[in-house]
Design a protein around this ligand. Structure first.
Ligand code: TXA
Ligand code: MG
Length: 320
């Protein structure tokens, strides 16, 4: 693909105007959300969406999330329902994606949904992402702004490192606060389903719905696209639930380290899961740059820990 000179845009009036202009032209613009940086294209323009797959080197059967500025805007594209209304009221804008049936005349490119009859929608809370979506007033398809299979980006520098020269622009507004991708809830079937754990704890969603979420069946091909096992993978090998590092390994710690114990980086010295989530991808990027195997301390599996462990298992999975 042709080499581009990637523009770095500031999160201000001229930056939003330029980013909007580029999206309207069908170009790719990476932008911050509170979870991770997204690689955005106008979701109505098939060629623009195709360029996302090309820039990321992504398998084309992965459907993409469409980003909009509000729940009202979401309803232009999908058939809304009562559960969607309750979750949107409680958690939008925020790190939650809802999968709903497409409505007639939606105008979304089939490349976004990878041919499914449903669409994943998200209203991000990040001020720069919001400002961009409001300026465009249209749906922006955006996977995480990293080459396929690599660690998700939580800074503009991560994006530039992975995709610089392959995309038109990066809207730079610092580091992402949540650091884990959005939680994805399927609302197109008979029961609300947790399709991907993420930056909003499943327990919080269950509290609003007043019932348990059905867990995604990993063998169900319709609800599991994109969940390739070896995903978010650093170049180096990753070993999980390691109470200490073996010789030659880097140690990614969690919680207070005892006297005899040191770690190369700590996800959260106080054992705070939200802090660990925000640090996860950044710390993996930093350790990966050192080119040695990585051992990771055990992480509790409740709340945001469930999503952290999901990402770590993917980082550790065997790959081709
Ligand atoms: O936080 C996030 O969600 C970030 C930021 C940029 O918004 N985006 C993100 O996108 O993580 P991506 O493309 O890396 O992950 C999208 C996930 C995929 O695993 C895909 O399978 C699922 O969303 N997905 C999208 N549309 C779906 C649909 N209609 N049905 C089931 N799963 C869907
Ligand atoms: Mg991703």
């Amino acid at each position: 693909m042709p080499q581009l000179s990637t523009e770095i845009l500031a999160a201000d009036g001229p930056g939003f105007a330029r980013a909007t202009e580029l999206l309207r032209q069908g170009a790719l613009v990476a932008f911050p959300t509170e979870t991770v940086y997204g690689l955005g294209a106008d979701a109505r323009q098939g060629q623009a969406v195709a360029a996302i797959y090309e820039a990321k080197g992504r398998p084309s059967f992965n459907p993409l999330i469409a980003h909009v500025h509000s729940a009202e805007a979401a309803q232009r594209y999908v058939r809304w329902n009562d559960l969607a209304e309750r979750l949107a009221q409680a958690f939008w804008p925020g790190p939650l994606t809802l999968v709903l049936p497409l409505r007639d005349g939606h105008g979304i490119s089939p490349l976004v949904t990878a041919g499914l009859e449903t669409l994943g929608l998200r209203v991000p809370a990040h001020p720069a992402g919001q400002a961009l979506l409001q300026a465009l007033d249209g749906p922006v398809a955006a996977p995480s702004a990293n080459p396929s299979g690599r660690i998700s980006p939580t800074t503009a520098a991560h994006v530039a490192g992975g995709l610089g020269g392959r995309i038109a622009a990066i809207l730079d507004d610092g580091a992402c606060g949540v650091g884990l991708e959005s939680t994805i809830i399927g609302l197109a079937g008979p029961e609300p389903m947790l399709l991907r754990p993420g930056g909003l704890a499943a327990e919080e969603i269950e509290a609003v719905l007043g019932r348990k979420l059905v867990m995604r069946n990993v063998h169900d091909p319709l609800t599991a696209p994109g969940q390739l096992l070896s995903h978010y993978a650093p170049g180096a090998s990753v070993r999980l639930n390691a109470s200490t590092a073996a010789p030659g390994e880097l140690y990614l710690g969690f919680g207070p380290m005892g006297n005899a114990q040191t770690c190369d980086l700590n996800l959260s010295e106080t054992g705070d899961l939200a802090e660990a989530a925000a640090n996860l991808f950044g710390h993996l990027h930093r350790l990966d740059a050192l080119g040695q195997p990585i051992a990771v301390a055990p992480i509790p599996d409740h709340g945001l820990g469930a999503a952290i462990n999901d990402r770590l298992r993917r980082a550790a999975a065997p790959r081709d």
